[in-house]
Design a binder for this molecule. Sequence first.
Ligand SMILES: [Zn+2]
Length: 340
Amino acid sequence: MLCAGVAAGLPEPFASLYSDTDTVLSEFQSLAQHHPDLLQWTPPDESTTPPSAFQLGVATFSSRSTGGGVSTSQSEVDARPKLVLVFSEHAREVITADTALWLARVLVGAFHVLQYVAYLLHVLNPHPDVCVWSAGETLDVESWSQMRAAVSAMQASLATATLNVTAPSDGKLSDWARQLLQRVTIVMIPVEVPSSRRAVEAGNTCLRKTLTGVDLNRNWPVAWRAGGDRNAEEYGGPAPMSEPQSRALRDLVRGLRNVLGYVQVHSGEWAMYVPWDHTKAEALGLPADTHALLNLLNGQCQCTRGAGGSASNYLAFGTSMDYMWHGALREESHSLLVVC
Ligand SMILES: [Zn+2]
């Protein structure tokens, strides 16, 4: 995934490649201001004491248009299928918040991947005289073929990359995004725990958990394990749903109508997992096209895929993926896809 930004708050090597938390959040604010027809943004508030109330930062992407200049009613928009995407649950996985920002730009049609390619070439190329762009130069990518060309060129040779960007011959990304948001509402949490990610930026670069020492992806009621070591990396908290982030995410999803998908985006593995995490078995009742979809995505990913507990070679207890499949969403939809 391409992501870069000048981020004064991050230590090296992160600062050369990733955006700091405040930049990510302010970018969401800015995108919402510039694209109010497509994006609503609620900033996070991590205070748990009055007068503030704990609030996840939530970006909701949806179009009131149904195409051809026709607008639809709010109730019809509310009834559309929902996809919930959660990023940066584990603080040290800093790339995921940038991934959320990249996707947000794609969805509102503000995608400037070549700006990032140019920036990466500038940062990583020890011989800037052979770099075809200087940092900050922008050339919009409008099509899937252009994006593939940009990415493959960067991967082929950072030192001598020359991107042969041709006229769009396939569908434009902006057209794809607009049509998608006329059919589906995407609810995105770009930084689930801003305070922890800021701690990484302050130098605690291995921090995985919340500042209260809880692994949020072990804090959910399905197969939750009691009595864990508080210092353990996978400490699931004093009780299931003990953490405000978990409760807020649960309540957010419960409050949505017609949720068809829940995706937790982590980094550190090349993998796509579906339930279950807590046992090697694959959950019964997954959508019939689950494996077809994973195989399709694997064309880009080339990664481990399948039931989490089996494909990963480790079991995880009390994860949100297992909870979402088991309890929160399944009753509403038989075609739910839950991926971690
Ligand atoms: Zn993680």
